[in-house]
Design a protein around this ligand. Sequence first.
Ligand SMILES: [Zn+2]
Ligand SMILES: [Zn+2]
Length: 263
Amino acid sequence: MAKVVPVCSSSKGNSVFVGDSTSGVLVDAGCSFKALREGLALCGIPFEAVKAVLVTHEHIDHTKALGQITKRTSVPVYASDGTARKLFSDKLVEQTAVIHPLSEIKSVPVDMDIDFFHTPHDAAESVGYTLKFGEHKVACCTDLGYVTDEVRDNLLGSDTVYIEANYDPVLLKGNPKYPPYLKTRISGDHGHLSNGCSAEFCKELVAKGASRLILGHLSQENNSPKMAYEAVEKTLKTAGMSCGVDFTLDVAPVVTQGKYIII
Ligand SMILES: [Zn+2]
Ligand SMILES: [Zn+2]
């Protein structure tokens, strides 16, 4: 039985496992290696089940455990060329680490057809991933300023979508702790998806057959699980789509407490 296991999900750390208790892939590794192993174990996934780590981009909230993973395990790590260059130049992995290019993505040792697509984000060469196995197509897509045609083309047709709902625009605008340049960066075309943008895209995805939506990468400062959930639920309800009937809706926790989504 396959699961989607959000191990951690926020602006501070992101990592989601897709697979079963014997085999699967980890998209990003944005917490400590110890937290990653413990989080997976809490969800019934031994670290040995991780057959590859697919990196979306170099930001630390996606790569914190990569140094340890490349040093202490033989799990292959995959990243775009631009991301790989930044992993080395920012010393996020040792110079001797092996990072596999995405041109080799079809050789990931799992029974999945894995693909990637580019995302608009303030990183060297950020990507998202789709994973096809059995009758499933699972998409993992966070850290994007807006939904490009490339993102849309790759995500449509997924039954399960792990999608960013980063911020509520009113909370972001009024946050006294965030300087104007940071607000501009977050809400810009190379920043993050707001709850509203995520909701609109979720509406399209469900109309095209998606039945499981998982909201992730929520800002702890400028969002709340309730706000993200309600934004998406309301938009889809207005479009005549009923939560629990036409689709399921989950919000990934900041740090896993052992919950996962069975697909
Ligand atoms: Zn990022
Ligand atoms: Zn991020």
